[in-house]
Design a protein around this ligand. Structure first.
Ligand SMILES: [Zn+2]
Length: 286
């Protein structure tokens, strides 16, 4: 069988390959940019070992061999998770007029109001009314509607995130340097070494507990830079729903929910709604 190695030293954990051969492949693809200790990372049923230049191949092989059982078990679990994911996201929005979107765990029918200049989020009727927008050169009316909706959802999520985090975080004893809404296709959130926490706006389409968990995860990284038991204990303190949220997120990825990058680039060029769209909102609760 041909050796399958992903770029960047990732090696597929193949159940048909024996222990000695698998160990040799991992050692041959070692990364020497590790900090102090040797580390094994398994992602999407592929593994990579990082270490420092001082560690010999023989030493590294002993380290890998000692962790092979865990490696195989983790890769197998990831393979099963991948197979269980449906091909189409349950949360993908239907942005056509007459379509529907999920917002923070609630479903809203979409309606277009030619006469209105404001969005109306009717919580009791479960309806989001989108105002009329002037045509944009070179775009169909449907595309304009989609762009306007995406701009609104991002703004809605941004405002919600800021107000909720301002209430939640003071009790946690840590503060992010900055909170930003992110647009990555492969990750839900990130935390930079300077304490900037980024949260993917597509979490707006998932149940509430999902963004709460992602935020808790990134904030816990301000205290623990790894995924140790102490890290997870802290995440659980910040967000008791961690298991339920992770179960949902394991079946989803940002790109499967909404991946129209060209539309987003267009929005950015247009200044994300300012002047182009009316993002004014009325929230109806009765
Ligand atoms: Zn993490």
């Amino acid at each position: 069988m041909a050796q399958r190695v992903r770029s960047g030293g990732w090696v597929e954990i193949d159940a048909a390959v024996g222990d000695a051969e698998l160990t040799a492949r991992l050692v041959a693809n070692r990364s020497n940019r590790g900090r102090r200790t040797s580390r094994l990372v398994v992602r999407d049923a592929c593994a990579r070992v990082s270490t420092t230049p001082r560690v010999s191949n023989a030493e590294l092989a002993r380290f890998v061999a000692a962790n092979l059982a865990w490696l195989r078990k983790t890769a197998e679990r990831q393979r099963l998770e991948r197979a269980a994911r449906p091909a189409v996201s349950t949360y993908a929005p239907d942005l056509r007029a007459g379509g529907a979107i999920s917002l923070l765990g609630r479903r809203y029918a979409l309606a277009l109001d030619e006469r209105s200049e404001r969005f109306v989020l009717d919580l009791s009727a479960g309806r989001l009314t989108v105002p009329h927008t002037a045509p944009i050169e070179g775009l169909t009316q449907q595309k304009v509607l989609e762009l306007q909706l995406i701009a609104w959802i991002e703004e809605f999520f941004d405002a919600m995130l800021r107000s909720e985090c301002a209430v939640m975080t003071p009790h946690w004893g840590v503060q992010p340097a900055k909170i930003e809404v992110a647009d990555a296709l492969s990750r839900w959130g990130s935390c930079s070494s300077r304490g900037v926490v980024r949260i993917n706006w597509r979490l707006a389409f998932l149940p509430d507990i999902c963004w709460r968990y992602v935020y808790a995860h990134e904030l816990a990284h301000l205290t623990h830079f790894d995924h140790s038991a102490a890290f997870w204990a802290l995440v659980r303190r910040y967000c008791p729903d961690v298991d339920k949220a992770r179960e949902i997120l394991a079946r989803e990825s940002p790109g499967r929910i909404h991946a129209d990058k060209p539309a987003r680039a267009l929005l950015r060029r247009a200044g994300l709604g300012s002047g182009l769209f009316s993002l004014k909102t009325d929230i109806v609760r009765t």
